[in-house]
Design a protein around this ligand. Structure first.
Ligand SMILES: Cc1cc2nc3c(=O)[nH]c(=O)nc-3n(C[C@H](O)[C@H](O)[C@H](O)COP(=O)(O)OP(=O)(O)OC[C@H]3O[C@@H](n4cnc5c(N)ncnc54)[C@H](O)[C@@H]3O)c2cc1C
Length: 310
C-alpha cells in the first residue's frame, strides 16, 4: 500500500482502545486513535472496582488520564465516527460519512457496546446515572446498593438472573417488566425461594428523582425504589469488525478468540465488543494483548522476529 496514515489505527477511545494506544506508542509504533466520544466509561459517576483507585474514580477522569498517558507516549487521538472499513492490498482503509479516509497496516477495534435503556431521554438518563438511582452494572456497583430497595427491570430469564445476582446485596429486590413477564420453567419458583418479588403489572412510567426512582405500573400503582437496574441487554458495536470477516459470537459480540485475528491477519479486537465480562480491568487486559499482537504481527511482516535456522 502507499504510505499509510498510521502503522496501527485503533477505533475506540475507551479503556480498551486507550490502553492499546499506550502500548503501541511505547512500542514506538505510529498509532492513531479514532473515536466518536461515546465510551460507556464516560457515564460512570464513580467506579469503586477499578484496581488502583481505592478512593474510586469517575469515568470521565479515568478516560482523561488514559488519553493524557497515551498522548504523552506519542499516540494521536482524533474525534471521528467511522462509518466503513475495507481491506486493501497490504492493509486497511477506514472512512467517515464525509468521505475522509485513514489507512493502516493493522487495525484494533475497541468499539464497545451500547446499553439498552428503559426509554428515558438521554438527558434524564444521564442525570439518573449521576445520581446513582439508575445503574447498569451490578458487578460494578451492586456493593454500593447494599440494603437498598432495588428494582431490576427485565421480565424474562435475563432479568431473573440479574435479580438473583443483586439479591446478595439486599433483602428488598423486585423484578419489574415492560411487558407481561414470561420466564422459563422453574424460574418463578427460584425467584420465590430467594424472596424476590415479581411484579406482574408492567411498568408504564419510570421517573427518576435525585434520591430514588418512582415506577408507575399499568394497574395504577406507583412504587418507589432506591436503585433501578435495567436488565434489557446491550447492543455490541461490532458492525465494523464483522464487516471485515472477524467471527461473530454470542448476541452480536465478536468471538472471544478473535483477538488472535480474523480470517485476514492484522485485525485485532479488544474490550466490551468481545464476548466476556464487560469491565474496565478486562478492557485494560484486552488492550494490552491486542496491541502486543498487532506489534508482533508487524514485526513478523518486517522480518524483525527470530527466524528459525533451516
Ligand atoms: C453506568 C456505568 C457504570 C459502569 N461502572 C463500571 C465500573 O465501576 N467498573 C467497571 O469495570 N466497569 C464499569 N462499567 C463498564 C465499563 O464502562 C466498560 O466495561 C468499559 O468502558 C469498556 O471499555 P471499552 O474500551 O471496551 O468500550 P467503551 O469504553 O464503551 O469505548 C468504546 C469506544 O469506541 C468508540 N466507537 C465505537 N464505535 C465507533 C465508531 N463507529 N467510530 C468511532 N468510534 C467508535 C466510542 O467512541 C468509544 O470511544 C460501567 C458502565 C456503565 C454504563
Amino acid at each position: 500500500m502507499s504510505d499509510p496514515t498510521a502503522e496501527v489505527i485503533v477505533v475506540g477511545a475507551g479503556p480498551a482502545g486507550l490502553t492499546a494506544a499506550l502500548y503501541l506508542a511505547r512500542y514506538r509504533r505510529q498509532c492513531l486513535v479514532l473515536h466518536d466520544g461515546t465510551s460507556r466509561a464516560l457515564r460512570i459517576p464513580r467506579s469503586h472496582n477499578t484496581p488502583g483507585f481505592p478512593e474510586g474514580i469517575s469515568g470521565e477522569e479515568l478516560i482523561g488520564r488514559l488519553a493524557v498517558q497515551a498522548r504523552q507516549a506519542g499516540a494521536e487521538i482524533l474525534d471521528r465516527h467511522i462509518a466503513t472499513a475495507r481491506l486493501t492490498e497490504g492493509g486497511f482503509v477506514l472512512s467517515d460519512a464525509q468521505g475522509d479516509e485513514w489507512s493502516a497496516r493493522a487495525l484494533i477495534f475497541a468499539t464497545g457496546v451500547e446499553d439498552v435503556g428503559p426509554g428515558l431521554s438521554r438527558t434524564v438518563e444521564d442525570e439518573a446515572l449521576r445520581n446513582g438511582v439508575l445503574r447498569y452494572c451490578p458487578i460494578c456497583d451492586g456493593r454500593e446498593a447494599v440494603g437498598r430497595a432495588i428494582a431490576v427491570l427485565g421480565g424474562d430469564d435475563h432479568g431473573a438472573a440479574e435479580a438473583l445476582f443483586v439479591r446478595r446485596y439486599s433483602d428488598a429486590v423486585t423484578l419489574l417488566a415492560l411487558e407481561t413477564p414470561a420466564f422459563g420453567p422453574g424460574v418463578i419458583e427460584q425467584l420465590d425461594a430467594a424472596g424476590i418479588l415479581i411484579e406482574p403489572s408492567p411498568a408504564r412510567e419510570i421517573a427518576p428523582g435525585a434520591v430514588d426512582v418512582v415506577v408507575g405500573l399499568q394497574d395504577g400503582r406507583r412504587l418507589t425504589f432506591d436503585v433501578l437496574y435495567p436488565a434489557l441487554g446491550s447492543k455490541p458495536r461490532s458492525v465494523l469488525p464483522l464487516s471485515l470477516g472477524v467471527p461473530d459470537g454470542v448476541a452480536g459480540k465478536v468471538e472471544a478468540g478473535a483477538p488472535l485475528g480474523g480470517p485476514r491477519p492484522g485485525i485485532f479486537v479488544a474490550g466490551d465488543v468481545v464476548e466476556g465480562l464487560d469491565q474496565i480491568s478486562v478492557a485494560f487486559g484486552h488492550g494490552a494483548l491486542a496491541a502486543t499482537r498487532a506489534h508482533n504481527y508487524l514485526r513478523g511482516l518486517d522480518a524483525e522476529t527470530l527466524t528459525p535456522a533451516g
